[in-house]
Design a protein around this ligand. Structure first.
Ligand code: MOS
Length: 717
């Protein structure tokens, strides 16, 4: 690993200057001739039917071109229901009937000559409803929860081994607690946006999307358009966090309008619509039962989640999966139950499953360690599993113990007193808390095309792939991998991504982007060099650079396309990234205020492709974890089903003053199984378990155990 010149180096983003200069075009910024503007009309009830829509006043307004509602919308093929199997490539068709299933649902699109005209006219559309009482309140409907067939990403709904009930009876110390995490929203900086343009039967889409191929397939499936006729462009993206993983309804509305009007249409949704129309992380209620013997051996762990989904679609976050693999437990039960509400359908939100699940599990582990009078680091190490307890597969790599030990040392964990309220400075109660973190490290097939050219012995390369950079650094790590494997200077590499017509990749999601992209680049570079070698017939002993080969053979242009995929043996191993988090909190008990001056995390995620962008990923995850712990909560009015937290003024994300020093340490870790470069994901690892580390520190400071996030002042007073 240390022989690498470019891979791993803390290279600044190669597109950074363009972004700072405003020269990196985002999806809403492409100039398109004869463009018109769409603005959605939203329902003002959460449940019921539209009985009449009066668009006459709106239609009279200057600039209005067309108002599309279910009464005049293009009829779309009904298609199969959206399920786990097709969710990424299918969106629920829009405007196909008069039913309202959640507050803020798109019930129309006003198209006008300008954005302001469309937005103004949308307010003048008069809608009459037959409203029903919406199903909103969690407690009122949780008892209806049923067992879904399967949960998100295809994980089994329930797993069990041993006998939890019997083991709990035999345990010396037993814990039985419930943890609640509220509805949270993604809120990337860039709102969702589409520009749609038909030229004959060719469809061009500029879209803020994490996944080009899936967006293309989704539009193809929903409108019955051959996918070969669709091109999706998304060169720069202002964050996604999962909300941009699939084609969303604003895109379907825009495609429909462009088709009906035979004119390009642009739709940019508002920050308020990002609360109601592009997914959310749902409220999870998690019941944990845990038993241990006096020596600190875990005997039993049950993790049972109840959650909500929409009326018309079942999405169940895999909240309990972390409890299936984190600790060596001889008796285990992990279940998921779900009920229907008139709340928009939940969606993947950064580290789906692990983010809420780790709050419950890692809080409970801390509670158990305290009950046993054991140090929580030692308690975790004592219950480290040798193999994945769920299926007996060996870990491709698992360096959690090293993360815990290194982190504890760097943080100064030995200064912590186990007894709460034992560290005070003036009016501040000081506490230390920690947690273990893990996130699945998937790796997926990806393709790349590499073109090399030799102009007067100046050899440069272009890497082309249908990849995306959602702000994570894909451009940069792709260039680093190419420079490394081709033996060219970094500035001689050009990266072309964000275009669905390029060789396919799995896109940016599930923490698989970086490893999949970079491995594809590495494999195609090797392939290209091998092809050049046989062409040139050069007798290099070893390691010729592409420049040597091109110059030796006097080759002007050469290109190669190829694919990297998971090895046949990969499935025989368990693949996860790991980290240990340490938090210091200061609590002012009289005001209920919590400060987090210091957070330290040690990460083991295989080969780190870029020390700087990976660090930013982890820091971003920690910042969101601080938000999850302290401020973030989407609140609904049970009577009407509307979100009362509608903007960033009421949905509080952490600001600079909320975030203290964040220390990120990467441990050297070798993983020869996961992929060619040994790179595991970091994108979602950073947020996992952060809230637990903070809640555990708050307990250590105050003696108060907060099991309902966020830890707002009212809960501490
Ligand atoms: Mo992620 S929730 O797969 O963007």
């Amino acid at each position: 690993m240390s022989e690498n010149k470019f891979i791993g180096a803390p290279v600044s983003r190669i597109e950074g200057a363009l972004k700072v200069m405003g020269k990196a075009p985002y999806a809403a910024e492409f100039p398109v001739k004869n463009i018109s503007y769409g603005f959605p009309v939203q329902s003002t009830i959460a449940a019921g039917e539209i009985t009449a829509i009066d668009t006459s006043e709106a239609e009279k307004q200057p600039g209005v071109i067309r108002i599309i509602t279910h009464e005049n919308a293009l009829k779309l093929p009904a298609g199969p229901p959206v399920t786990n199997a097709n969710r990424m490539t299918r969106a629920n068709p829009v405007l196909q009937n008069n039913k309202v299933l959640f507050f803020g649902q798109y019930i129309g699109l006003v198209v006008a000559e300008t954005y302001e005209q469309a937005r103004y006219a949308a307010r003048l559309v008069k809608v009459t409803y037959k409203a029903e009482k919406p199903r909103i309140n969690f407690d009122a409907f949780a008892a209806e929860a049923y067992k879904p067939e399967v949960i998100n990403a295809g994980y089994p709904t329930d797993t069990s081994w041993g006998n939890v009930a019997d083991a709990l009876k035999q345990a010396d110390v037993v814990l039985n607690e419930t943890y609640d995490t509220p509805i949270e929203h993604h809120h990337p900086m860039e709102p969702h946006t589409s520009i749609v343009l038909f030229e004959g039967d060719q469809l061009t889409i500029y879209e803020a999307t994490q996944m080009l191929e899936q967006t293309r397939q989704g539009v193809a499936n929903t409108f019955n358009i051959p996918k070969e006729n669709i091109k999706v462009l998304s060169p720069y993206i202002g964050g996604g966090f999962g909300s941009k993983l699939q084609p969303r309804e604003h895109l379907l509305l825009t495609v429909m309008a462009a088709k009906m009007l035979n004119r390009p249409v642009k739709t940019v949704i508002t920050r308020q619509m990002m609360q109601t129309n592009v997914g959310l992380r749902q409220h999870n209620r998690q019941k944990i039962r845990m038993g241990a013997d006096r020596s600190g051996k875990l005997l039993a762990l049950a993790h049972e989640t109840v959650t909500h989904t929409a009326m018309n679609e079942e999405f169940v976050e895999q909240t309990g999966v972390i409890s299936r693999m984190m600790y060596a437990v001889p008796n285990s039960l992990v279940t998921h139950r779900v009920f229907h509400t008139h709340i928009q359908v939940p969606r993947w939100t950064r580290a789906p499953g692990e983010t809420p699940g780790s709050f419950a599990l890692e809080s409970a582990i801390d509670e158990m360690a305290f009950a046993l009078k054991m140090d929580p680091v030692a308690f975790r190490i004592k219950n480290e599993p040798e193999k994945n307890p769920e299926n007996g597969k060996p870990w491709a790599s698992r360096s959690l113990i090293q993360c815990l030990q290194t982190g504890a040392e760097k943080f100064g964990w030995n200064k912590r007193k186990m007894e709460p309220r034992s560290h005070q400075q003036g009016r501040w109660l000081i506490g230390y808390g920690m947690s273990s973190a893990s996130r699945g490290a998937p790796y997926r097939e990806a393709s790349a095309r590499i073109k090399v050219s030799n102009k007067n012995k100046a050899v440069t390369a272009v890497v082309e792939m249908a990849a995306t950079d959602i702000g994570t650094g894909s451009y940069t790590i792709i260039a680093q991998a190419a420079a490394e494997k081709l033996g060219l200077p970094l500035e001689n590499i050009k990266v072309q991504i964000g275009d669905s017509s390029l060789p396919p990749t799995p896109g940016s999601g599930g923490s698989w982007g970086a490893g999949s992209y970079a491995s594809a680049v590495a494999v195609v570079c090797e392939q290209l060099k091998a092809e050049l070698r046989s062409k040139v017939n050069a007798q290099f002993i070893k390691g010729p650079s592409v420049a040597d080969l091109m110059i030796a053979g006097n080759i002007k242009e050469y290109e190669s396309t190829g694919t990297a995929k998971p090895s046949a043996g990969m499935a025989n191993y368990a693949h996860f990234s790991f980290a240990a988090h340490f938090a210091e909190v200061w609590v002012d008990e009289s005001l209920g205020i919590v400060k987090i001056p210091r957070f330290l995390t040690t990460v083991a995620a295989g080969t780190i492709l870029n020390e700087k962008t990976a660090r930013s990923q982890i820091m971003g995850g920690v910042v969101w974890g601080i938000g999850q712990a302290m401020t973030e909560e989407s609140l609904l009015d049970d009577r009407y089903g509307n979100f009362v937290t509608r903007t960033l003024a009421d949905y509080h994300v952490p600001v600079n003053l909320d975030v203290g020093k964040i220390d990120v340490h990467f441990l050297a870790e070798e993983d020869r199984i996961i992929n060619q470069l040994g790179a595991k994901g970091v994108g979602e690892l950073g947020i996992t378990s952060v809230a637990a580390a903070i809640a555990n520190a708050v307990f250590n400071a105050t003696g108060k155990r907060i099991r309902q996030l966020p830890i707002t002042p009212d809960k501490l007073l």
